[in-house]
Design a binder for this molecule. Structure first.
Ligand code: 13P
Ligand code: SF4
Length: 319
């Protein structure tokens, strides 16, 4: 604890000295979430992280999350220095959608509007017409459908399937998935619901369809927080990364939050639903990158300009 307190003090000082601000995702360690908020930064979902980084006056952004979040920040603010605690923190959706194969897929379907999830590389974004995050995907696809667009969707098949079921849009789908949300299990969830009949079920749409079907509320990390706050219930079962529990519990002190079961849940593995790449972010590395300037995110400027088009469309749509 003494070492953690010292590291936090050091980070607070370095943020001031370097004219820097911290932006953290809800899935990173609680220390990194609290420190971001306490120092005038932000803890939020991937959509609001992007917007905040773009609009803040600080010249250095420290992005605690995964690679695509740092890249999006850099694309939106090429003049700023974007640092990440660990540049190897990636995402199974990004890894599962290599740009060459994705480009060939797009080339084979030129009649379709390309809608890409934020959890992708800058190169994949540069092939897209629209970018979406889980908090605006439904509205954006719905608006495109109303205008008669046929969609090419990548990479998350569960989120894509959910949107297709909700909107009835014509969507051709890439086959990626999130290794964390893909693990939630409907059979075990039903058993937990029986044990807690008063509990409401909150599900991130990167989860499989049979898990989504059991939800009282489906939505992004921000939507889950909102639902937990607004619903009358005192008990909730939550199907998303366990990093979310920190914010859910601190904002709703009287309420009980249970983790939804995954294949790996057992007496010895309480937090199987935790992203290994989000877990790579730590206080020591935040202090180190601020001190040394290491782990700067670079995006090729020409690629960044092209990738910015779908991101700007999304930000304007959700403004
Ligand atoms: P958001 O709900 O924050 O967009 O989460 C998506 C995600 O899984 C980030 O890794
Ligand atoms: Fe990617 Fe899933 Fe980790 Fe989010 S939780 S970064 S979608 S692997």
């Amino acid at each position: 604890p003494a070492e953690r307190a010292a590291l936090k003090d050091k980070i607070r000082r370095l943020l001031r000295e370097k004219n820097a601000v911290m932006v953290s995702h809800y899935y990173v360690h609680p220390d990194l979430q609290d420190l971001a908020e306490e120092t005038g930064g932000l803890v939020s979902d991937s959509l609001e992280m992007a917007r905040f980084g773009r609009d803040h006056t600080a010249q250095t952004l420290v992005v605690s999350g995964v690679r695509f979040m740092g890249e999006t920040a850099k694309i939106l603010s090429p003049e700023k220095r974007v640092l990440m605690p660990d540049l190897d923190a990636t995402c199974s959706l990004d890894l599962g959608c290599p740009v060459d194969e994705f480009s060939a897929f797009c080339d084979a379907h030129p009649d379709r509007t390309v809608v890409v999830y934020a959890n992708t590389s800058a190169a994949v974004k540069a092939r897209a017409d629209w970018l979406v995050t889980s908090s605006c995907a439904l509205e954006i696809v719905s608006a495109l459908k109303d205008k008669g667009h046929k969609i090419l969707w990548a990479p998350d098949r569960h989120l894509g399937g959910y949107i297709q079921r909700e909107t009835g849009a014509d969507m051709l789908m890439w086959g990626g998935s999130c290794i964390v949300h893909d693990e939630f299990k409907a059979f075990e969830l039903k058993a937990l619901m029986k044990e807690h009949p008063a509990a409401r079920v909150l599900v991130h749409p990167e989860s499989p369809a049979d898990v989504v079907a059991l939800a009282d509320a489906v939505g992004s990390t921000s939507a889950i927080l909102k639902a937990a706050h607004e619903m009358e219930a005192q008990e909730f079962i939550v199907a998303t990364d366990s990093g979310m529990m920190h914010k859910l519990r601190t904002l709703n002190p009287g309420k009980l939050f249970l983790e939804a079961p995954t294949a790996g849940n057992s007496a010895t593995c309480k937090s199987c639903a935790h992203c290994p790449w989000m877990a790579m972010n730590c206080l020591a590395d935040v202090a180190r990158v601020l001190e040394t300037g290491a782990n700067e995110v670079h995006v090729d400027p020409a690629l960044g300009l092209r990738a910015r088009i779908p991101i700007d469309r999304m930000l304007a749509f959700t403004a």
